[in-house]
Every structure is written in structure tokens, then in C-alpha cells.
Design a protein around this ligand. Sequence first.
Ligand SMILES: [Zn+2]
Length: 129
Amino acid sequence: MSRYAVVTLGFTRPVYAHELRPGDVFVFPDAPSTALIVADIEESVLSPELALLTLTLHGRTEPMHLPANTPIRPLRMVRTVSMTCLLCHKDQEAELDLPRDGEPLSLVCADHVPEADEDANPGPGEEIE
Ligand SMILES: [Zn+2]
């Protein structure tokens, strides 16, 4: 895996149910102790204003139906983002767990990250001042 450094912002924006993908873990704000794991998600657009989601959850037999704009609180949302290196403009893909790592802001690719001990290797998403 190539090494790179990503500068991130805190992941504080509102997140809605339609952003979920299989493998994501989330809670509803009114039930923060019940972590739900997405197995599958399907969106049905009923009108320009209304889309409904059918969420299949690990450990639940009944799928959950909810409006696509339902606010949720993500616990784990791993996304591969394609970014352009700040210094040489080379494209680089970075994998981030958004709630933990934050929202990607900028990236420098491995060409500018000095070789270092494995232990000192800042993983993707660690904040760089
Ligand atoms: Zn670069």
C-alpha cells in the first residue's frame, strides 16, 4: 500500500440514512446505544421529495423502512476517496473511516512523505498540523 498523508476535518456535518452503505455501522440519535450494522440498502424514489430506503440489518430478520432523509449518527463509515495530491496533483485514493478519521480535506501523496520507521508512520486520517 502506498503511503500518503491526509489532512482531515472533524466529521461533524449531519448525516442522513441515504448515505449508508453495506458494512456501515450507525445509531439513531434517539437510540444511541443500539448500534446497527447495514447488510444491504435499497433506495426507492417515490417522488422528487420522497425517497424511501429499505435497510437490511445484520442480526435482524425484518428489513427496516425509513425515509432517505432520516438523520443518523454514523459510527463506522469506511469510504475510499479519490483525491489529488496538494503538491504534485497526482491522483491518490485514500481509505478513511469518516467518523473516526474525519472528512478528507487535502492530501499529499507518498512521494512527499519521508520514509520513517513503521511505528512512526502516520496512518491515513491522522491530523497533521
Ligand atoms: Zn504528490
